[in-house]
Design a protein around this ligand. Structure first.
Ligand code: CP
Length: 302
């Protein structure tokens, strides 16, 4: 495998190898000296055509912990603004002797398109509403860390499934690892054919919470919605928002996850997001080890 374009394209064995490699890097990250020489002489460009906090910084940190040389490109301050194409942009970056491209783009399939045109490893850091593979890997890795295994666990993905690349990559990853997956949200935010992916569907958030071991809560992606928002944010918060009382009243262990950024007061209240049920910041921590593992494994396969 030369690229990580999506979870759909990789096997359960690939995921387990990434997890075992991430376990080792997590140990490194807990040492006083967090750096290893594994990617010395490898140059990586983080090419972001969409905004990011966690993914971009986490990739950059992962690359630096592996001793790679790193350059960062943000479309918003680049010659893309003067009309330069995606392919020209990336070919110009590669002409500077760059080995790997980590790319986020608003168009589904953009990294797949590039993978057919260029001779460098590509890691998809999120392509529109399609996939966000490293997010799904760090999510499943965090469930494994918290609950011992992913196999047999019930995971409810709650929120704006329609516009979410996190949802699709999570469904693929969790099912490959043997979890039962459900989605929950208002009908306007669930894709019409989502049932064909073999997921259970809930329209009632309390029923979804009763059913699951893990609730992975997603935000409403306002930036991907056209026309009038239905339900409105206020209606969404009223019918699908999760608060601490709802979690406590379940009278069972439940793991609360969110890929970030959180719209506090919409999909999660602060007392839920910051509660002992939450592993949201563990997900962020694990993102660095997972991305180190992905970059290391891709670089070692050339
Ligand atoms: N989870 C995630 O992709 O966050 P960012 O958009 O901040 O990278």
């Amino acid at each position: 495998v030369r690229h990580l374009l999506g979870i759909k394209d990789i096997t359960e064995q690939d995921i387990q190898l990434i997890f075992e490699t991430a376990d080792q890097f997590k140990e490194v990250l807990n040492r006083p000296i967090k750096k290893v020489p594994s990617l010395r002489d490898v140059t990586i460009a983080n090419v972001f055509f969409e905004n990011s906090t966690r993914t971009r910084l986490s990739f950059e940190l992962a690359e630096k912990r592996l001793s790679a040389d790193v350059i960062n490109f943000a479309a918003s301050s680049s010659s893309v603004k003067k009309g330069e194409t995606l392919l020209d942009t990336v070919n110009n970056i590669l002409a500077m002797k760059v080995d790997m491209i980590v790319m986020r783009h608003s168009s589904p399939g953009a990294p797949h398109f590039l993978s057919r045109k260029i001779n460098a490893n590509i890691v998809n850091a999120g392509d529109g509403t399609h996939e966000h593979p490293t997010q799904a890997l760090l999510d499943a890795f965090s469930i494994r860390e918290k609950l011992g295994q992913v196999t047999g666990k019930k995971v409810a993905i709650i929120g704006d499934i329609m516009h979410s690349r996190v949802a699709l990559s999570n469904i693929f990853a969790l099912q490959k690892l043997g979890a039962e997956v459900a989605v929950c949200g208002p009908p306007t935010l669930l894709p019409k054919h989502i049932g064909e992916l073999g997921v259970k569907i809930f329209w009632n958030v309390k029923e979804a919470l009763q059913w699951c071991d893990v609730a992975n809560v997603l935000r409403i992606q306002l930036e991907r919605q056209t026309g009038k928002l239905f339900p409105s944010l206020r209606e969404y918060a009223m019918y699908f928002g999760i608060n601490r009382r709802m979690l406590d009243e379940l009278n069972k262990e439940i793991v609360l996850m969110h890929p970030g950024p959180i719209n506090r007061g919409v999909e999660l209240t602060s007392d839920a997001a910051d509660s002992p049920h939450s592993i949201i910041l563990d997900q962020v921590e694990n993102g660095v080890a997972i991305r180190m593992a992905v970059l290391y494994l891709l670089a070692s396969r050339g």
